[in-house]
Each structure stands twice: as structure tokens, then as C-alpha cells.
Design a protein around this ligand. Structure first.
Ligand code: URA
Length: 206
């Protein structure tokens, strides 16, 4: 069993917070083990809870289109949420629920080791940009360690507020370039590592 499937199996039987009592299915996430791009939404809704899959409702359909605008296919990226079980009535996830679920998200990120993380909405944004406002920083990448993190509006926000639709579409048009830049930087660093003398060779220079 792959590491990612092991984490998913744990999530499906998790009882660390109260959301486990009202869920139909936990929603660990979906996508390949070697995904370069990792999307983090908020929480499963009704459709996701019924199917055990992330972003399968209306906002999921829109997200699939946005991912294409960034030059990717949905099948090649990983998609998950800050909390893996549906909050009753689609209320916001509570701080203790986010905290209980955070180790799963940390482990999924460590297992996949993505190049780019895209946050969707304010709860995933808060992991990387505490006290920031999405209206100020949407679409603007930040380097966090080796990864590039890009805060985006949640697709559902754009479906509810028509004025946001073109904003989120333009942000995803730029995402393709951000991913290409991150790939180029990674390749440059890998080439520099190959050119650098090994520590054994460095010793011989003295
Ligand atoms: N909204 C989210 O944030 N996540 C889902 O999986 C579906 C809708």
C-alpha cells in the first residue's frame, strides 16, 4: 500500500473530532502520488460527503475548468481540503476541527512533496498567510521553503459573486506561468547541485 493510500485509509476511519459523527464518508483527497501541484480547499460539501471525493459538486466543475486554464489536467493534480469531513449544514470548519485534521494534511504534503501548493479560500490560505486578506494577495505567489504557495479565491465564491469570476479566471491564467517558473527554478537548482563538487571531491581540493 502506498503512503498516500495508508493516510487515506486512516482518514476514512478517523474519529478525532465531532465531524466524524455526522459524516457519510470522509474525503481524504484525490490525485496521483507524484502530483506537482497540490490544491487545498475548505471542507467537503453534501456531494463530496456522499461520494467520498473532493470537489464533485458545482464548485468542483468550475475548479476543473480553472485547472485547465492553468495548463493542467485535473487527473494530474492532487486535490484535498483543510478538513476531511463535512461540517453539518456546510458551516465553517471550527479551529479545533482544523487542528485535529492538520496532521493528515501535513502528511499528505510530505508524501507528495509538491512543487506548488494552491490554497482555495480563506481557511487554507491561513495556513501560509496568517492575518492576510484574500482580496489583497489573491494570485500572488510566495516561496515557503522549497515550495511556491499561491493563494486563490475559493471557486464557490466566484460562483456566488459574479464580479469575482473574471478575477479568479485571470488568476488561474497566471498560475500556468507560476508553475512553469517553479519548474525552471527547480531544474536550475538540480543542475547546480550536479555541477557542485561532492564533499569527497571538495576534500581532495585541499
Ligand atoms: N468546497 C470545498 O472547499 N471542498 C470541496 O471538496 C468541495 C467544495
Amino acid at each position: 500500500m502506498s503512503l498516500l493510500s495508508e493516510i487515506a485509509a486512516e482518514i476514512r476511519v478517523c474519529t478525532l473530532c465531532e465531524l466524524s459523527q455526522s459524516r457519510t464518508n470522509a474525503v481524504p483527497g484525490a490525485g496521483p502520488e507524484d502530483a506537482e501541484v497540490f490544491f487545498i480547499g475548505e471542507a467537503p460539501g453534501r456531494n463530496e460527503d456522499q461520494q467520498g471525493l473532493p470537489f464533485v459538486g458545482a464548485s468542483g466543475e468550475f475548479l476543473t475548468k480553472l485547472i485547465r486554464r492553468a495548463g493542467c489536467e485535473r487527473s494530474e493534480v492532487f486535490i484535498t481540503n483543510v478538513v476531511k469531513c463535512r461540517p453539518p449544514g456546510n458551516r465553517d470548519p471550527m479551529p479545533d476541527e482544523i487542528a485535529a485534521c492538520a496532521p493528515y494534511l501535513d502528511r499528505q504534503i510530505a508524501a507528495i512533496d509538491p512543487l506548488v501548493i494552491v490554497t482555495l479560500g480563506r481557511f487554507s490560505m491561513a495556513r501560509y498567510f496568517p492575518n492576510e486578506r484574500i482580496s489583497r494577495i489573491h494570485g500572488r505567489p510566495k516561496k515557503v521553503g522549497r515550495r511556491t504557495v499561491v493563494p486563490m479565491y475559493h471557486p464557490a465564491a466566484a460562483l456566488h459573486q459574479n464580479a469575482l469570476r473574471s478575477v479568479i479566471e485571470e488568476d488561474f491564467d497566471q498560475l500556468g506561468k507560476i508553475i512553469a517558473r517553479a519548474r525552471a527554478e527547480r531544474d536550475k537548482e538540480a543542475a547546480a547541485d550536479e555541477d557542485a563538487p561532492s564533499s569527497h571531491e571538495q576534500m581532495k581540493l585541499f
